[in-house]
Design a protein around this ligand. Structure first.
Ligand SMILES: [Zn+2]
Length: 193
């Protein structure tokens, strides 16, 4: 084996080791429950980063999307958990349910307007690739819609090609950002810190 082949083998072995370690450890992390770890490859950026250009706006949207995908986006359920339940987990905007990721992305009534526009756009893009029948089959409940928005690479096989997946991922990053932005504005208006 020459030096170059040895280096190549070495790199593969290291990447395999870290991929396995990462997948084993993330399987037990509740914050990563929506991140599709099977699609994560060491040494390759996640689809959220692969689907964008280099503009500041796109990078800002992707940073926000990564927080959502990796469970580091701070919701009221996280605040309650970190405070040992001294703080409430109830949504500070609507007060109707616990504010977890599914609530913010699919249910909160105060975010309905912004969500409806972006979900319709996302649905139309996906129907263009897989048809209405498959859309109804895969995305009939709030959990699957949450999974789609948080990390579309979970459905990479369903979406038929990497370019379709990149287009869908970009739309979900935009959706996440607009919902996040509306949530921030509402919190400011309602004087919630
Ligand atoms: Zn709410």
């Amino acid at each position: 084996m020459n030096k170059l082949q040895w280096k190549h083998q070495y790199k593969i072995a290291i990447n395999n080791y870290w991929s396995k370690t990462y997948k084993d450890q993330s399987a037990n992390k509740s914050t990563l429950k929506h991140l599709c770890v099977d699609q994560v490859e060491i040494g390759k950026p996640h689809q959220i980063w692969q689907s964008i250009g280099s503009s500041v706006t796109e990078v800002k949207r992707s940073i926000n999307h990564c927080r959502i995908a990796t469970g580091t986006y701070l919701l009221q359920t996280n605040i309650a958990k970190f405070s040992n339940n001294k703080e409430t987990a109830t949504c500070p905007l609507c007060g109707l349910e616990e504010e977890d990721m599914t609530h913010m992305l699919t249910s909160c009534i105060l975010l309905h307007g912004v969500r409806k526009t972006h979900l319709l756009r996302l649905k139309n893009i996906i129907i263009g690739y897989i048809g209405l029948r498959q859309w109804n089959e895969f995305f009939s409940d709030k959990q699957s819609i949450t999974q789609l928005i948080v990390d579309p690479s979970y459905y990479s096989k369903t979406m038929k090609s990497l370019s379709n997946l990149a287009h869908i991922t970009k739309a979900t990053s935009e959706m996440c950002y607009e919902i996040h932005h509306k949530r921030l504005i509402l919190k400011l208006e309602l004087n919630i810190t």
